[in-house]
Design a protein around this ligand. Structure first.
Ligand SMILES: Nc1ncnc2c1ncn2[C@@H]1O[C@H](COP(=O)(O)OP(=O)(O)OP(=O)(O)O)[C@@H](O)[C@H]1O
Ligand SMILES: [Mg+2]
Length: 364
């Protein structure tokens, strides 16, 4: 007769660490419940993101089984489901209906690949199984309409004058580019930008989303400030190219986000190197490793490096991002990995803190 019961199982599992978060699964709320019958144990776990890597799922189940086997379980089954970690917004921030976690994609400089990373990150999270939206917050130079090509369904409005996002590759997408003519310059001052963003955030029917990715304009200006005032941002992904001039500006960006208490999820080094398709020689056009060094020096995570590749540029220009065009390519795998790391960082930031009282939660 086994001495295992639910309380004992929970106590045993307090010693099991989650393989991705490296913290115990009970205090990190990965463990949900269990049923014990004559030594047969069924454990329910909640993974904090759809982007939880498959290998880590297997490892988590193996760790749980091993811990319970040692304590005399006859059989152990582990049932995993996904409950996206998120924190209901505090009452001083405008309620954003629908999205659970907002991820800003930012850089100090223009042209380093923010929109490319934002788009492929959003698509990778969706391919992991999450519900994802993409907000083109670059109101002065919206690139997402070009990068995503024709929509599956266009943006529109409801009879109640709410904005319905366009759908591209299963993503809910909003861009100022949907509402102004291509080639028309947007000349707005700070307060107008603030009002526009407010409307995009408040009046868009996003629907239930696990993640809303915001593609930001370069630098540390009105848009960044307005966004941080309007909504709780789960974290920022900083994009840089490897060379010094880009790194210096990203450091400024990191410092700005820290001032407005937005966690940095990590750094992506874009255009890290070029591999000649004819001879295979790797050339480090903008040098290499700057992003990694920056991450080390500023104490933020390094999420990954993406090479310069004409297929990535072509994906952006042709409206078929590389993650969709070449889902089995090394680039798609790199973006999938970056997406996992960013999502896990959000989960870790949230789960390391005690759960907020439900009374304080805003009903979505
Ligand atoms: N890794 C890459 N390999 C090849 N081309 C790339 C890569 N990353 C981005 N590009 C290309 O570089 C150009 C600039 O990229 P992107 O628009 O993503 O930068 P950005 O930082 O968003 O620019 P902006 O500051 O103007 O918003 C685009 O044509 C894009 O397709
Ligand atoms: Mg851009």
């Amino acid at each position: 007769m086994s001495s295992l019961d639910e309380k004992r199982v929970k106590d045993i599992l307090k010693k099991v660490k989650d393989p991705t978060l490296e913290q115990d699964i009970v205090s990190y709320r990965i463990y949900k419940s269990c049923e014990v019958r004559d030594g047969d144990v069924a454990v329910r776990v909640a993974l904090p993101t759809h982007a939880y890597p498959a290998a880590a799922r297997d490892e988590l189940a193996a760790r749980i089984k091993k811990a319970l086997d040692k304590k005399g379980a006859k059989s152990v089954t582990v049932q995993a489901e996904v409950e996206t970690a998120w924190v209901p917004p505090p009452s001083d921030k405008m309620t954003l209906r629908g999205p659970k976690n907002v991820i800003a994609v930012a850089a100090g400089k223009g042209g380093v690949g923010k929109s490319t990373v934002a788009t492929n990150l959003a698509l990778s999270l969706r391919r992991h199984g999450a519900r994802v939206g993409l907000l083109d917050a670059d109101v002065f130079g919206p690139s997402l309409p070009t990068m995503l090509g024709p929509p599956q369904s266009p943006a529109g409005t409801t009879p109640a004058q709410k904005i319905v996002p366009a759908v591209h590759y299963g993503l809910s997408v909003i861009s100022v580019g949907f509402f102004v003519d291509k080639g028309e310059a947007v000349v707005w001052r700070g307060p107008m930008v603030h009002r526009l963003l407010q409307q995009f955030l408040q009046d868009v029917e996003w629907g239930d989303l696990d993640y809303l990715i915001c593609d930001l304009p370069p630098g540390t200006g009105d848009v960044q400030l307005s966004l941080s005032q309007l909504i709780p941002i789960a974290g920022a992904v900083m994009v840089t190219t490897p060379q010094e001039v880009s790194i210096i500006d990203v450091v400024k960006g990191i410092s700005m986000f820290e001032k407005v208490e937005i966690p940095i999820l990590g750094v992506v080094e874009n255009m890290a190197y070029y591999t000649c398709p004819a001879c295979g020689h790797q050339d480090e056009i903008f040098s290499r490793g700057g992003g990694k060094r920056l991450a080390k020096e500023t104490g933020v995570d390094f999420l990954g490096e993406i090479p310069i590749d004409s297929r990535i540029r072509f994906g952006g220009d042709s409206g078929m991002p590389v993650v969709e065009a070449l889902p089995d390519s090394v680039h798609a795998r790199t973006f999938a990995d970056i997406a996992s790391k960013a999502a896990l960082k959000i989960a870790s930031n949230i789960l390391s803190k005690p759960k907020r009282s439900p009374r304080l939660a805003i009903i979505r």
